[in-house]
Design a protein around this ligand. Structure first.
Ligand SMILES: *Cc1c(COP(=O)(O)O)cnc(C)c1O
Length: 219
């Protein structure tokens, strides 16, 4: 199956209201353009330098999402163009994004990443930290940031009931936070291996790489 076939197949499987982010990390401009010509306009990358290079070379109507862990000293390279930052996991990072967005006279859309998986290696706030951040009202002072919702990654496991449980936790937190931040609309959860479960549990945005582009080239 071609990249275009894969995109069409996934689009047929997800509701029209769920936004598809095509995760193109490690993939070439040629492969990205194949997806682009199939109508895909939102691409996700996990390294700022790689994303910036692709942004500079590829059509300007592509919306670039930063889905990986963000190093604060690299925010400046994407501040001029990034469409959505999924992996915001500290107030320090939010402040840096705000500062760089201000320099660009932009408001940058961000998702707060919540830690829902068992693995220690997955970044993010826990529920209490999220609540404390929102109660502190500091988000309202960051005028060049707009919080659009939450992002999370489930444990990498075959145990579907565990994945389901983790996505339920994220969805419940999203609904709780919506009371304080009524403008939020994005719940970013679900990857190639678990997006059907994520959608059942209320995902509004899925991040899919290998099911579109095939297995990733090792870096
Ligand atoms: C790589 C990556 C994905 C896509 O993973 P696939 O399993 O290839 O679909 C989604 N989200 C994040 C944060 C990633 O780093």
């Amino acid at each position: 199956m071609s990249i275009a076939d894969n995109i069409n197949k996934i689009k047929a499987e997800i509701p029209a209201t769920v936004i598809l982010v095509a995760v193109s990390k490690t993939k070439s401009n040629k492969e990205i353009l194949e997806a682009y010509h199939a109508g895909q306009r939102i691409f996700g990358e996990n390294k700022i330098q790689e994303m910036t290079q692709k942004w500079s070379e590829l059509p300007k109507d592509i919306e670039w999402h930063m889905i990986g862990h963000v190093q604060r000293n690299k925010v400046k390279y994407m501040a001029a163009y990034v469409g959505l930052v999924h992996g915001v996991d500290s107030l320090k990072l939010l402040k840096e994004i705000n500062k760089q967005a201000k320099k660009e006279q932009r408001v940058i859309s961000c998702l707060l990443q919540m830690h829902i998986a068992e693995e220690e290696t997955k970044f993010g706030f826990d529920g209490d930290e999220l609540k404390a951040l929102i109660d502190s009202r500091v988000l309202q002072e960051l005028e060049h940031i707009q919080i659009k919702g939450l992002m999370g990654m489930a444990t990498f496991t075959d145990n579907t009931s565990q994945i389901q449980k983790e996505f339920k936790t994220l969805k419940a937190t999203y609904e709780a936070i919506k009371k304080d931040l009524p403008g939020i609309t994005i719940l970013s959860m679900g990857m190639s291996g678990d997006f059907p479960i994520a959608i059942e549990e209320g995902s509004t945005m899925v991040r899919i790489g290998s099911s579109i582009f095939g297995a990733r080239n090792k870096t």
